[in-house]
Write a protein of this length. Sequence first.
Length: 305
Amino acid sequence: MNNYIEYSVEVTNALKNNLPIVALESTIISHGMPYPQNVKTALECEKIVRDNGSVPATIAILNGKLKIGLSSKEIDFLGKQGQNIIKTSRRDIAYNIANKIDGATTVSATMYIASLANITVFATGGIGGVHRGAETTFDISADLEELAMTNVLVVCAGAKSILDLGLTMEYLETKGVPVVGYGTSTLPAFYSRESDFSVNFKIDTPKEIAEVWNTKLKLNLVGGMLVTNPISEEYSMDRTLIDNVIADAITEMTKLGIKGKETTPYLLAKIAEITKGDSLKSNIQLVYSNCRLASQISVNLNLLS
Ligand code: PSU
Ligand code: MN
């Protein structure tokens, strides 16, 4: 196994000294945002994690290795390559490693790779979920299955309405994945603070979140936990406006016949285009906020173990 993993010096040192770590994904860099904002955001995320007491471990597949901790040069490479890099979820890991194909890891692949290094706290923007119309397309993100089976806590800003939020919550319930609202009992909807759905548990502090997560790990309750962190008021978007934009983007996508793994990147780019960059600004800010919270959770978890 160790032959396949390559750690950065910073992460090696953190593991050796039992410092708090936060995993970060790379599909958000190559497929989630345009260049150069993607690189700037990824580097700033690492800084925010450090400023809040943890060590960042951005994860990707490069040169046939599972890389845990990237250099700024590697982050720049992923950002510049953008959609040329293969979006890599769990199913693609073995093929890409065996063939030395570079890959940007989704939430599912990042969770799996983080768990190999016993890193159990991870920050991202949004997770994949049950897509609208999944009753006919079967488009359910591998992120949900990963949450069902891999011991990693994921901090996100809720799910955007490109997904069916109700079905996503049902799926997570079936799989035994707790959904926590940070300071809220309402499931946040990514670009906006509220949706029509409730979270399972409202928890108000990083310390209490760490306590629940530590208990889940200690009880050997296999699987992840989802912590949903609402976007700050300042950057949140009007719910009706963004829902209309998303509906238009989905109509356009259906017309073009875009399916499968291309769906999420297409919609994110289209929404940014229609909102003239406003959604991208919000997206960047909510990721920062999630990195801050994840770092604080990791620090608290470290004090417990
Ligand atoms: N949602 C976002 N930005 C992203 C993604 C989701 O707001 O970049 C990425 C994440 O890497 C997530 C993946 O794991 O999309 C989900 O893709 P799919 O729906 O194909 O499973
Ligand atoms: Mn899918």
